[in-house]
Write a new protein. Structure first.
Length: 436
């Protein structure tokens, strides 16, 4: 089962289309626990949680930090990480010390590159699929031990999929897909081919692939596989196969499965009678909600929490359905018919200087029936934290809000809605459609 990491063991904008020039004039400024980002509401720290997994004690430490130094809330990202906002200047040493004491900072050199998403229900829902927990623990140890891996961008992403296709759909740079019988397929970016490796060697194969990417991206300014041109991506795949062989790993190129077009987040509610799954409105957990989640995990579950890439929380081992009611009463999403289902937004004003609107308040004001499509509200054209797959895009502009629908990677012509809350709400509802 997925386990909390312990020593020594923004949401970023969407990647550029494949082959698009990626020349950059500055280094990777992706925030971390040690490299804080200066936002309008204070400093921001992004705490990497591989697989979104943390123990209840670690959750307590994050809550304490949010209350002592930040705005009191835990902000979830689209990679299952946690952010602390409104931090004061000069808090870096205290922050690092407390995170390290909680086992949340196993390597200072690697803290920004521990970007790993994993199937949140792996090993929990009785599906019979392989459990990716051993891969998660192994990959994190290998990452933290690799000097070469420390050069990866804070945007580079690993995905560990137990075969259900949920996190495979998130467009990671290196993906491990579990296969029946214990083997794995290694996917590099969106390549049609994959590499078959043994389950025992899967974590090592993922690290080799990432280290090989660094060599092929050298001098290009590319931080992600999708930013490489087509020839370089083909050379990268061949290079990965060679490097796996040179490392003594059994590897065979095969035709890879099609990447799912739509992510599949865990359903809300009771899963398999032994797990609770809840959503977090706009990914922002209050201090009271966070304390309740940690207490529930400790007192009624296996002592861990799993933050999902869909800004939700899975509580393994919680078997009392009555606890779900308590989480719902606390304001968390516990069923698919909640009006918050599928609604997302960036931080907006006043937290972000680039934002043109308080999009979180606008998203809350526009709640209605559950839509057939998710919707994401953005305060500017960067669209931080937007979902994958098909979605409704709402972007604040100086002229009002642009509303468009993204399907199959293509965006329809946007409709501009002037500053009229009722008209904006109606336009968004029509774009989302309604579930039958």
């Amino acid at each position: 089962m997925l386990a909390a990491m312990s020593p020594p063991a923004t949401s970023p904008p969407p990647p550029k289309p494949a082959g698009e020039s990626s020349a950059r004039t500055r280094g990777d400024a992706c925030p971390g626990s040690l490299r804080l980002h200066a936002a309008d509401d204070g400093a921001l720290a992004r705490v990497r949680l591989p697989g979104g997994v943390l123990g209840a004690g670690q959750a307590d430490a994050l809550g304490e930090l949010a209350n002592r130094l930040g705005d009191g809330d835990i902000h979830l990202t689209s990679r299952g990480n946690a952010q602390l906002r409104a931090l004061p200047a000069g808090c870096g040493d205290e922050l690092a010390q407390l995170l390290g004491s909680a086992g949340l900072l196993p390597s200072a050199r690697h803290e920004r590159v521990r970007n790993v998403v994993a199937s949140p229900l792996s090993g929990l829902d009785g599906s019979g699929r392989p459990d990716v927990g051993p891969w998660l623990a192994g990959l994190d140890r290998l990452l933290c031990a690799s000097e070469r891996a420390a050069r990866l961008s804070g945007r580079f992403l690993f995905a560990l999929d137990d075969g259900r296709g949920d996190v495979d759909a998130l467009g990671a740079d290196v993906t491990l897909l579990a296969r029946p019988g214990g083997g794995a397929l290694l996917r590099i970016g969106a390549a049609a081919e994959a590499v078959r490796v043994s389950g025992a060697q899967a974590a090592r194969a993922a690290l080799v692939a990432a280290e090989t990417f660094l060599e092929h991206a050298r001098g290009s300014g590319s931080w992600r596989v999708s930013e490489l041109d087509e020839d370089t991506r083909q050379a990268l795949f061949a290079g990965v196969v060679r490097e796996l062989g040179a490392a003594g790993l059994d590897a065979a190129p095969v035709e890879g499965p099609a990447r799912p077009a739509e992510p599949t987040p865990p359903p809300f509610g009771v899963v398999n009678g032994s797990t609770l799954s809840v959503g977090v409105p706009l990914g922002r957990i209050t201090a009271a909600q966070w304390t309740l989640l940690a207490h529930t995990a400790r007192q009624h579950g296996d002592g861990t929490l799993r933050l999902t890439p869909w800004r939700g929380v899975v509580l393994p081992g919680v078997v009392q359905e009555g606890l779900l009611d308590a989480l719902g009463e606390a304001g968390l999403i516990t069923s698919a018919d909640s009006p918050w289902t599928g609604v997302g937004a960036c931080i907006g004003r006043p937290g972000c200087a680039k934002s043109l609107a308080d999009v979180q308040s606008q998203a809350a004001a526009a709640l209605g029936q559950v839509g057939a499509l998710p919707v994401h509200w953005s305060g500017c054209a960067r669209r931080c934290g937007h979902p994958h797959g098909d979605w409704v895009d709402v972007v604040a502009t100086p002229e009002g809000h642009q509303v468009s629908v993204v399907r199959g990677g293509h965006r329809n012509a946007p409709v501009t809605v002037p500053e009229d809350p009722a008209a904006l709400s109606d336009t968004v509802a029509a774009a989302r459609g309604h579930q039958s």
